[in-house]
Write a protein that binds this ligand. Structure first.
Ligand code: PAF
Length: 306
């Protein structure tokens, strides 16, 4: 019944139209319940798509859900604010939480299974086992957020073990996270396809992020410098500049005089290894992170190979 009502673009861009006959969203709070539900779907021959999130959903997350919906028979999502990926001085306590609204959005998009475990379910007392992608985890955001990617890969590996999805959907906005999860999946031979969806932006270019909710009106305006700096680099690259040092100088220059914004990093790297490149002819990831007030925002663009 659902199939007949769906009208999607090839990219899965159209919202799901919920039908009264659709099964309601089932919320699982224990690993056993979620694993049993996911296994039942797969045993019935359904292709299972999975969208892991920390909640506070926005259009970026919903684009992942729509991509999952477009290529899966059953869509599962998770909402879990993962303490292991927050540093001691980061925003774990104040991270936006909006479970009821998120639940409604996911239901409207036709998600069938939602995993929303308490912290003790994911990290039982005495848990001392971590999944670390060596080297990559110390690059880009990993340099300024020590331990962050160890927390991400540990929780994503655990979620993959619970859900056992055929495909999992991540946003390109977290470009370093994408590279690290891809490497983890490769190195550990995990049987999951990683699907990466494009960054979703506000009309003025600001990349959508749950952390944008922290910005006041003035900071929201100043935050546009991230996108502006990337657009300057893209313009120059499109005009034929291949020298990463020159492109970096132009991107970084955009931040001078921005008193409310503190640049964390502006780098041009190989999208897989996250190592700096000197020449962008082979394609490159241009990534930026900056504090706007106390809110840390990230953004990036991919330069195609020439
Ligand atoms: O990208 C996120 O929201 C989180 O890092 C993830 C992948 C859900 C793991 O907690």
């Amino acid at each position: 019944m659902r199939r007949a009502l769906l009208d999607r673009t090839a990219e899965g861009g159209c919202p799901h139209i919920q039908d009264p006959g659709d099964p309601p969203l089932r919320i699982c709070t224990t690993i056993e319940e979620m694993r049993t539900a996911c296994r039942a779907a797969r045993r019935a021959g359904k292709r299972l798509g999975f969208v892991p999130t920390m909640g506070a959903l926005h259009e970026g997350h919903l684009s992942l859900v729509r991509a999952a919906r477009a290529s899966s028979d059953v869509v599962a999502a998770s909402i879990f604010v993962n303490p292991a990926q927050f540093g001691p001085n980061e925003d774990l306590a104040k991270y936006p939480r909006s479970f009821e609204r998120d639940r409604e959005l996911l239901e409207r998009e036709g998600v069938e299974l939602l995993f929303a475990p308490p912290v003790e379910e994911m990290y039982p007392a005495g848990a001392v086992t971590w999944v670390t992608v060596e080297e990559l985890s110390g690059k880009l955001d990993g340099r300024s957020r020590p331990g962050h990617f160890r927390g991400v890969t540990t929780v994503v590996a655990k979620l993959f073990h619970v859900v056992e999805p055929d495909a999992a959907f991540f946003g390109q906005k977290d470009a370093a996270q994408v590279a690290i999860i891809r490497r983890m999946v490769r190195d550990l031979n995990l049987a999951v396809e990683i699907v990466v969806c494009p960054i979703v932006r506000e009309a003025d270019g600001l990349a959508m992020s749950s952390r944008n909710a922290y910005l006041d009106a003035q900071q929201r305006q100043r935050a546009l410098v991230l996108h502006r700096s990337l657009m300057r680099v893209q313009g120059l690259a499109e005009a034929g500049e291949r020298d990463a040092a020159k492109l970096l100088a132009v991107g970084r220059e955009e931040f001078t005089g921005e008193s409310l914004v503190r640049l964390d990093y502006f780098e041009i790297v190989d999208p897989e290894t996250l190592d700096p490149v000197e020449d962008v002819s082979g394609g490159a990831l241009v990534a930026v992170a900056a504090f706007v007030g106390s809110t840390r925002l990230i953004d990036n663009i991919l330069l195609p190979s020439a």
